[in-house]
Write a protein that binds this ligand. Sequence first.
Ligand SMILES: [Cu+2]
Length: 511
Amino acid sequence: MKPLYLPLLLLLAACDDGGGAQADPGPTADAAIVADAGVEEDAAPVVDAAPVVDAAEPDAAAPAPLPALIGPAAAEDEDPDPKVVAVTLTAGRHANTISDRVEVDGYAYNGQSPGPVIQARLGDEVVIRFRNDLDQPTTVHWHGLRISDDMDGSPRIQAPVQPGETFEYRFTPPEAGTYWYHPHVRANEQVELGLYGMLIVHEPEPPAFDAERVLILDDILLQGDRVAAFMATFPERMHGRSGNTLLTNGVAVPPTGQAREGQVERWRLVNTANARTMSLSLEGAKFRVIGTDGGLLRDPYETRRLLMAVGQRYDLEVTYDRPGTVELVSHVLVLEGEDVVERPFVVQTIDVAATGEAPHTVTLPEVRPIQRGRTNENAILVFDAVQDPVEGVMWRINGQSHPHDPIFTFQQGDYVRMILDNRAGPEHPFHLHGQFFEILPDGRPETEQPGLKDTVLVPGLSRVTIFARMDNPGQWMAHCHILEHAELGFMSEIVVEPVDGLSPPAPPAVP
Ligand SMILES: [Cu+2]
């Protein structure tokens, strides 16, 4: 069987002149903190607190029903308590159907890939009764949730769940937003084989959209009807694995949905690919960005292209202002002869039925502004690579691959300016667990991303500055989200020490 409609897809990462792992040693870890210890006035944005959605009026009797969801099947809440969401989640082998002609031997959660959409309301306690039916250890990481570190799925804290064993994850998400979950053990293999899903924390009073549409965007590298061998090529080690087949909610044929002229939907997007940065456009409807990694934006914005690094999320408000066909398009660099050209691939189609009705206006909850203060710490993180006799290439962060000790220790409440200095050719989507940050905009699309983020794209041979408020104490992974880079050394930790009198990010008082 053949991969479906796609010709050879090419890496999106800029070519680095033939594999140029750069041997520049970079600064030593000792030299990495360049902070003058003193507090420094800062004109740049600094995260003060996550945007807080104003609490809803209490209605103790019955919570409002969750919005209608279009996408992968949602997990069943097994707990009758309206304040608790309890879900059984089992990882196991599964034949994943990606089209009516191709079935791929892979993995799945609860027999579906993507796994079930897990939904909670802000303030709910979430209990995940996890079971590992794989033949290898795994964990579940809740990407973006600022929960306690022992529930974060980090294999440095949580002993990985062995085959046949169980683990109960228990947390109360402190912010509403669009999140996702995936393993943090051999992630380049387990995610590619199908272990990923979306987790939604709804606002106390969800905006009244006609529907919410979940779009989990991925790619997969197939050879015939099998997933290609892992780490078998030098380009995969250099740039991460780029698939030759794009998947939307696990299927290769662009799914078709239905809507009616005048309707307004919320689309929740996540890029779960191993390495591929998505460049997206939406044609045939009006849309604007209303949310990102850290939840709803105070100032939604319009754009023609969405640049979406792996791990990042966007919430869109999509307004069907005319009948016809709406297409979500992924713009991919493709090798044609000797030329690299950008080609459009439709990854979702919506047929919009004519009604003659004008779109209604959806009122969004007011989001408080992000407070900006002063940085009191600075950190430089240098990303580079060295040649390695075994692996071909090893990725480094501040001169070390897989550093054993934390690369930085901060105090709870620190405002940290982090300079992410990429000295190699390939781009790196940098992901910080447990905290949010803001990106200092500098005109490049990678940095023109307002709101609170947990993942930022750092292009090759350049720097990006972020401002992080370290308000969640614990031991937190800091790594490249190109899963092959993380496996090959680009995986570190920071520590945030608790400070007396400061509480960790707590769920807001929701009645
Ligand atoms: Cu990387």
